[in-house]
Design a protein around this ligand. Sequence first.
Ligand SMILES: [Zn+2]
Length: 59
Amino acid sequence: MLCVYCRQQPVDPRWQPFCSERCQWLDLSHWLDGDYRVEGPADDTPPDMDPDDPEATDL
Ligand SMILES: [Zn+2]
């Protein structure tokens, strides 16, 4: 059984389902990062804000 994060190292019983504390933290930080960061650098299209949509102008 391989680490669910790196999928290269065997799972360590102490850190399962990860191979190490490092992978456990990396996975956790990655999860939290995706949860808290709403807008990413690659995403420049804001949702529900289309200037060409008359129904979107709610002013
Ligand atoms: Zn790993």
